[in-house]
Design a binder for this molecule. Structure first.
Ligand code: APR
Length: 263
């Protein structure tokens, strides 16, 4: 029987104090942080997997077998990605990094919005959908040179081109895996923002952080399977509303008391 943890709710202002006292801090983000940028998440009501069965559209086997079919979903996702802009939650994490209070963001998202918001240390755990790669020769192709409209794009070598993202059944890029493990095992505080924590191996990272003594803060609209087992503090509410409040308090405090304590 897994012991049920006593998770406490926390408000943005109290979280700001926790953040100043527990450094270095690292963020692990999921699709929920980009919902307020107009990109649906996967498992909430109305999410992507309600309309596209991931077993038919999101495995590398499905892509190899039915590229044209999978590209119908990829084209729809791409249209959302190209018009998406960072929301206040992405901007807040970039501000925390600039203030020296966030060592990095490990993101499961492929929308490039953390980078667009100004975050510099971003681990693209599931790749980046703004890059395109040939399955046969591995060459990266810029979006500009691709014509999605007339079916699945192919490389000059004849290979299939896909977004440079990790499909189910593909490994996490080794460099990203190493960077993520380094961050998770050396942080004093992990901010788990907008993820259902359902998908491994990303969902193991909070456990790695906890094993190394970190506090776990979850920021979500609903509790997850982490909440009762691992989470120390829960920040409830839309990330785009709550995280600017954390940053405001942190910056007000910095003005009042000087730089954060190092762990
Ligand atoms: N603010 C905070 N949390 C939110 C918001 C919001 N505005 N909107 C939704 N959420 C929460 C949802 O409650 C849910 O717990 O974000 C979480 C999103 O969970 P998923 O849709 O499962 O997305 P994610 O956890 O990122 O999925 C992980 O699964 O399908 C694969 O590769 C895909 O990277 C993805 C991985």
């Amino acid at each position: 029987m897994v012991p049920v943890k006593k998770m406490q709710t926390i408000d943005p202002e109290k979280l700001a104090e926790l953040l100043r006292r527990h450094q270095p801090a690292v963020a692990l983000t999921g699709a929920g942080i980009s919902v307020e940028s107009g990109i649906p998440d996967f498992r909430s009501r109305g999410g992507l997997w309600e309309r596209f069965d991931p077993m038919e559209y999101a495995t590398i086997q499905a892509f190899r077998r039915h590229p044209a079919k999978v590209w119908t979903m990829l084209r729809e996702m791409d249209a959302l990605l190209v018009q998406a802009r960072p929301n206040p939650a992405h901007l807040a994490l970039a501000a925390l990094e600039a203030a020296g209070l966030l060592a990095g963001v490990i993101t499961q998202n492929v929308d490039n919005l953390h980078q667009a918001a100004g975050s510099r240390k971003v681990v693209e755990y599931h790749g980046n959908a703004h890059r395109f790669v040939c399955l046969a020769c591995g060459r990266l192709t810029p979006r500009e040179g691709l014509d999605f409209a007339s079916g699945p794009p192919s490389c000059d070598c004849g290979g299939l081109i896909k977004p440079d993202v990790v499909f189910f059944g593909e490994p996490i890029p080794p460099a990203a895996q190493k960077e993520a493990l380094d961050l998770a095992s050396s942080c004093a505080l992990m901010l788990v923002i907008g993820t259902s924590a359902e998908v491994a191996p990303a969902s193991y990272l909070p456990f790695t952080a906890k094993d190394h003594g970190a506090l776990i803060v979850e920021s979500n609209l609903e509790t997850t399977n982490l909440s009762r087992r691992l989470t120390d503090y829960f920040l409830s509410g839309p990330a785009g509303r709550q995280w600017p409040r954390v940053v405001k308090k942190v910056l007000d405090e910095a003005d009042a008391h000087g730089p954060a304590d190092r762990a």
